[in-house]
Design a protein around this ligand. Structure first.
Ligand code: ACM
Length: 290
């Protein structure tokens, strides 16, 4: 074989978004293995050079620069939170390299050095707003983690919902990425008083489970006031438990449960390698196809 082609991988195996980061890692590595098993890229083996940015935007930036400058890498696959993408963009632009980003994102950004392969708001927020307002009503309560994506995604959801009759925004709160069930319990008190038609969550990472558990502990009923979210995937559901997640809503371009021959083949290949302990989800799919 000719010289290998080395690519950078920056997904978090540790820290608050590591549950989804592990899915990214699994799927990117499987994609690379499959390319190599069928002869590589134009006859060249693909080799992953991988670091763990520990869910910290500054670490993403430092490791992106290390990949480019020290390791001589031209193409990086990576990032989950938009704050990590925003930290890496100045680095790939400075060195004129490429970042493939496999996460749903908020839009309103352009970089010629980024290939965005996750859903944009016209591919998930619009559909979720239509479904929630027509099924439950247009009085919404917004909760997010305290960084760029939740502010932007909540703004978009607010604008979409406000186009419907009877709409109202009954609350908007941002909590730290390490928020606990107790932190969310205080918000549940306010939700009890205001009685929205649905809650829109842009909470990410480990605190997603805390939010849904606080909702369940408050005794709310998903049949009348569910949580809708674009960031609660199969990975976060596994973390919180199916009983806590049941009845809530997500819109995404991919679900593990998609009933198609291509998905069945793909899941069988994954289980053959990793056993049953894998959580395919929207980011997992994009990390593969990109
Ligand atoms: C995200 O931060 N784009 C989920």
């Amino acid at each position: 074989m000719n010289d290998p082609v080395r690519v950078g991988i920056l997904y978090s195996a540790t820290g608050t978004t590591s549950t989804i980061g592990q899915a990214h890692l699994q799927r990117a590595q499987l994609g690379i293995d499959e390319i190599n098993e069928t002869g590589g890229l134009l006859g060249r083996e693909l080799v992953a050079v991988r670091y763990d940015p520990a869910s910290t935007p500054a670490r993403y930036a430092a490791l992106a620069e290390q990949l480019i400058v020290r390791d001589g890498i031209n193409v990086i696959f990576g990032c989950y939170m938009s704050s990590s993408r925003k930290a890496v963009i100045p680095i790939v632009e400075k060195w004129n390299k490429l970042l493939f980003y496999p996460t749903l994102y908020e839009g309103f950004e352009f970089s010629g050095n980024v290939i965005y392969t996750g859903a944009a708001p016209n591919q998930n927020s619009v559909q979720l707003a239509d479904y929630m307002t027509s099924s439950f009503g247009a009085r919404v309560y917004l909760i997010g983690s305290d960084y760029i994506y939740p502010y932007e995604s909540n703004r978009i959801m607010g604008e979409l919902v406000m186009q419907h009759p009877g709409s109202d925004k009954l609350g908007e709160h941002y909590l730290p990425l390490d928020a606990t069930e107790r932190d969310y319990a205080a918000i549940m008190q306010d939700i009890r008083a205001r009685q929205p038609d649905f809650i829109f969550s842009t909470v990410v990472g480990d605190s997603t489970a805390s939010l849904y558990r606080a909702y369940a502990d408050a005794g709310f009923n998903p049949q009348t006031m569910p949580i809708a979210s674009l960031t609660t995937s199969e990975a976060e559901i596994a973390q919180m438990g199916a009983d806590v997640a049941a009845g809530h809503f997500t819109a995404a371009p991919y679900f593990q449960s998609i009933d198609s021959p291509a998905n069945a083949r793909c899941l069988a290949r994954l289980r053959q390698r990793l056993g049953d302990d894998c959580r395919p989800n929207l980011c997992w799919e994009a990390a593969y196809f990109q």
